[in-house]
Write a protein that binds this ligand. Structure first.
Ligand SMILES: *Cc1c(COP(=O)(O)O)cnc(C)c1O
Length: 421
């Protein structure tokens, strides 16, 4: 029997293949400092691009609604076992399509519409899905939101406790998207226990640091842990929910059949690979290096007159208030992008500017650490950022172009997984 060769993407769809190549080149040539992004390994890329995408498998291993699960059950079980072992959790669900649906599953498991949920306000560093007003979680439930202290940029546990005692939330979220400091899971657990709330630690940003021992673990403090798999954990786009034994059933039921249909098995495979990688000794070094790079960069930026929210960082993330540099976050981020430095504009706590043109920028070191940059590179990175922000104020495009060339030059010495020039 003659089986024709499967055409590769570039012959089957040259137009799309060209776009992917262009994106690979862009990722190769720019200093990617969006705090939620990373580069996955060649192995993770390969696992996600497989025939597992062809398979439907609603349900859980051994309890499926479709036949033909001989292999997929093993793939999912491997991912689940690796997640439990890596984080030391009693139970893991690896099916959520992404971080936002993972959090929605928590609401479905523990709240009825109109019930009270407590989370950090979005402009303070919390996530949309922690009850922010425009999110379904803020519209279908009753959100109460805590802040950070104006003077320190840190969570004020007196405020958290007072709010929880007064409002009696059924669920409390800790964690967020723009938190540069260590999350005190034990302190949140104490408040949650006092008011009888389910504590959810959303470690989407820091999961890789937790896995690599560079941030304390919420296991033993939080009842439920939600996380994306694609940020510091360096897996494919997806999510996981880790729980105690007691919370396992309500969470599993909420993910399927409560919220989702068939799991994305190719993603599950990529998650399994990423969890295997994160269990290696080299990943502990990676996590430590991510934090060392962020600390070094924070110190260099401070030395150049940048004002950092909370005064620095404990993790992979730095939040910069640009007010002292007389430039808004958006024009700064756009100029930095033209200089080959990719990050995002972001509100800072108590921002006086509008959310679509806020005072800050947010940056992270997860991706550049994967490329092999070290603290010795951070003085140069800070110098480029300083120069680019100054150039933006003067509409000095030639300087931005020159920096982009220098960035490209540095990165040409640091290979990128999945990219061949
Ligand atoms: C990124 C993030 C999410 C959402 O993840 P998506 O995959 O983008 O839906 C949820 N919570 C926190 C804290 C995050 O940082």
């Amino acid at each position: 029997m003659h089986v024709p060769p499967i055409p590769s993407l570039s012959s089957a769809d040259p137009q799309l293949a060209e776009l992917i190549h262009a994106e690979a080149a862009r990722q190769h040539d720019s200093l990617r400092m969006i705090a939620s992004e990373n580069y996955v390994s060649q192995a993770v890329l390969e696992a996600t691009g497989t025939v597992l995408t062809n398979k439907y498998s609603e349900g859980y291993a051994g309890r499926r609604y479709y036949e033909g699960q001989q292999v997929v059950d093993q793939v999912e079980t491997l991912a689940v076992d690796r997640a439990k072992a890596l984080f030391g959790a009693a139970h893991a669900n690896v099916q959520p399509y992404s971080g936002s649906p993972a959090n929605l599953a928590v609401y479905l498991a523990f709240l009825a519409p109109g019930d009270t949920v407590m989370g950090m306000a979005l402009p303070m560093g919390g996530h949309l899905t922690h009850g922010w007003s425009v999110s379904a979680t803020g519209r279908w439930f009753r959100p109460v939101q805590y802040s950070v202290a104006r003077a320190t940029g840190l969570v004020d546990f007196d405020e958290v406790r007072d709010l929880a005692r007064r409002e009696r939330p059924k669920v409390i979220f800790c964690g967020g998207t723009a938190i540069p400091r260590t999350i005190d899971f034990a302190a949140f657990a104490e408040v949650a226990r006092e008011v009888g709330a389910v504590l959810v630690a959303d470690i989407a940003h820091i999961a890789g640091l937790v896995a690599g021992g560079a941030h304390p673990s919420p296991v033993g403090h939080a009842d439920v842990i939600t996380t994306t798999t694609h940020k510091t954990l360096r897996g494919p786009r997806g999510a996981m929910i880790l729980t105690t034994e007691e919370c396992a059933k309500p969470i599993d039921k909420a993910v399927f059949p409560g919220l989702q249909g068939g799991p994305h098995n190719h993603t599950t495979a990529g998650i399994a690979v990423a969890l295997h990688e994160a269990a290696q000794p080299a990943f502990r070094e990676y996590a430590a290096q991510v934090v060392a790079n962020a600390r070094a960069l924070a110190a260099e930026l401070t030395g150049r007159g940048f004002d950092l929210v909370s005064g620095g960082t404990d993790n992979h993330l730095v939040l910069v208030d640009l007010t002292s540099k007389q430039i808004g976050g958006k024009p700064a981020a756009q100029a930095l992008d033209r200089a080959g430095i990719e990050l995002n504009y972001n509100t800072v706590p108590y921002d006086t500017r509008k959310p679509f043109d806020p005072s800050g920028i947010r940056l992270g070191t997860a991706a550049l650490t994967t490329r092999g940059l070290t603290p010795a590179d951070m003085p140069q990175v800070a110098a480029w950022m300083d120069e680019a922000v100054t150039a933006a104020l003067k509409d000095d495009e030639p300087t931005l172009g020159r920096i982009a060339g220098e960035v490209r030059d540095l990165l040409s010495r640091h290979p990128m997984p999945g990219y061949a020039a």
